[in-house]
Design a protein around this ligand. Structure first.
Ligand code: ADP
Ligand code: MG
Length: 496
């Protein structure tokens, strides 16, 4: 396959379970890990005589998402019935929004992978078509003896976010999902826990000859449940379509499935059309008016966007690009970092470095996460170190009270005991020796030693570096506790 010749075009439909207490049209709660069919009520089960009531919290989370991506929030939205017969859906229709979705348009800033890990990649905006609020459906499991159904998931609020066909590679699709997850979690709209199936994605993929402006025929692969799955599936599907076209065959518009185990896609069915579902407006739910007051109130909850935050860390706080990228990926981590910076604003880079390297490493080791596991998933709940204490540790190092080496020791102790660095330094007697009188005495002894006479002569002759040969013996005599800045000062004074 020749990449020079073919261009891949991708549009994603992302289904996200919203972070709400109750289901979208019923008061039944929802959550992960319950026994099957515990989180149901007559509305969820579609029993005769029940009527749906729209959950305000779900609508507000959907609107908040729209505001986060700069979408238009129409003055009203409405629900339709998508009719189909399958046991995952007790009512035989799914409530969804076909013609009047809750948000229209908007865009998502993404960052493409850079030339290397330390280099910032290109940024690009992906347009959204709309997002609509619907209900999730139940889960079937099939075994030899028959099929079982669990309606716990039925009626969970699901926001379907539909992109324009703006994505041009598997890497762009992955970057888009990463950015969405950051925005959704930061705003508290959704938790996006993919292991719990809270974010699922359909990938529409087509190819066309480079330079061609018309879109090619697409396939749609349903129900991808991880970012790596989306990436692998797009790579696979692109290669398949190139093979088909280069063999002189046409692409069939079809609905496909993805087998993550063997890394292959397969045909599910011919593409279904809207008329197959006989959509019609739901007569039970009145059109919902969205007041401008509600929109204005929610606008205040829109957080700083992930990449604006990344830029701020880099430009205003002097945090290196790689550390800034790790911090913005997890909003509670970024908040933790900012609390620490507030306590010692003059060295945000030093704090970022400790958070991103030492703290995350220790947290993932203590949570038993596998080597190389997604570091951004580390939980801060069990973290004993307080942000202000971490800041105090950096401050102690910056002021020369303890050495960098001692700081490592203090950090380990802080992580285990949750004590403040000042307490640890005191109780372990770790303070660097800043006693001028005592140091001056040691320096006099060291420079009187004939073995260093040559270095002293070189230094006096103008070789600045020769002075370093004297620092080792001085440090040794103080058992490594002397403040290096002070040694340097006093030594220069002593040598004239
Ligand atoms: P449907 O509702 O029938 O699935 P839509 O027109 O609403 O179709 O598009 C669904 C998704 O497919 C959108 O994300 C859109 O960007 C994407 N899409 C549409 N046409 C193409 C194409 N030719 N190639 C790739 N993606 C496409
Ligand atoms: Mg579709």
């Amino acid at each position: 396959m020749s990449n020079a010749e073919w261009e891949v075009v991708i549009g994603l439909e992302v289904h996200v379970q919203l972070h709400t207490r109750a289901k979208v049209f019923a008061s039944a709660p929802w959550g992960f890990g319950q026994e099957p069919n515990e989180q149901v009520d007559p509305v969820v089960l579609g029993l005769p005589g029940t009527l749906p009531v729209v959950n305000r919290e779900a609508v507000e989370k959907a609107i908040l998402f729209g505001l986060v991506v700069g979408a238009e929030i129409p003055a009203q939205c409405a629900w339709d019935r998508k009719n189909y017969f399958y046991p995952d859906n007790p009512k035989n229709y799914q409530l969804t929004q076909k013609d009047f979705p809750v948000t229209m348009g908007g865009k998502v800033e993404i960052e493409l992978p850079g030339a290397s890990r330390n280099v910032q990649g290109e940024h690009k905006f992906i347009r959204l078509h709309h997002a609509h609020l619907e209900e999730d459906v139940g889960k079937l499991s099939h075994s030899g003896s028959g099929s079982l159904v669990d309606y716990n998931r039925a009626g969970v609020p699901l926001l379907e976010i539909v992109s324009e066909p703006d994505l041009r590679s598997a890497a762009e699709a992955a970057a888009f999902l990463n950015a969405l997850v950051m925005m959704l979690t930061q705003a508290g709209v959704a938790d996006c826990d993919m292991e719990k199936g809270q974010l699922r994605c359909d990938a529409n993929v087509s190819i066309r000859r480079r330079g061609e402006t018309k879109l090619g025929t697409r396939s749609e692969t349903k129900n991808l449940n991880s970012i790596s799955g989306v990436r692998d599936c797009i790579i696979y599907e692109t290669a398949r379509q190139v093979r088909e076209l280069e063999a002189g065959r046409a692409i069939v518009q079809e609905t496909r499935g993805w087998n993550a185990e063997n890394g292959r896609g397969y045909v599910l069915r011919d593409k279904e059309d809207a008329h197959d579902y006989r959509y019609f407006p739901d007569p039970d739910i009145p059109t919902l008016k969205i007041s401008r007051e509600t929109v204005q109130r929610l606008q205040k909850q829109v957080p700083e966007s992930p990449y604006a935050r990344q830029q701020r860390y880099i430009e205003k706080l002097n945090v290196p690009y790689t550390a800034a990228s790790v911090l913005i990926a997890q909003s509670d981590l970024a908040q933790w970092f900012e609390v620490a910076v507030a306590a010692h604003p003059s060295n945000a880079a030093g704090i970022a470095n400790l958070v991103v390297n030492d703290l995350l490493r220790e947290l993932s080791a203590s949570s038993g996460a596998a080597e190389g596991a997604d570091i951004a998933k580390v939980s801060l709940a069990s973290c004993r170190i307080q942000p202000a204490h971490l800041a105090a540790l950096v401050k102690l190092t910056d002021e020369g009270t303890i050495s960098k080496q001692q700081a490592k020791e203090v950090f380990t102790e802080m992580f285990q005991s949750g004590q403040s660095p000042v307490q640890i330094v005191e109780s372990k007697g770790l303070k660097q020796n800043s006693d001028t009188g005592e140091l001056e005495k040691i320096i006099q002894e060291v420079i009187a030693d004939p073995s260093v006479a040559k270095s002293i002569a070189e230094y006096r002759a103008g070789n600045e570096k020769a002075i370093n040969a004297l620092k080792g013996p001085i440090m040794k005599r103080t058992q490594g506790k002397a403040n290096p800045v002070l040694i340097d000062q006093l030594l220069r004074k002593a040598l004239g």
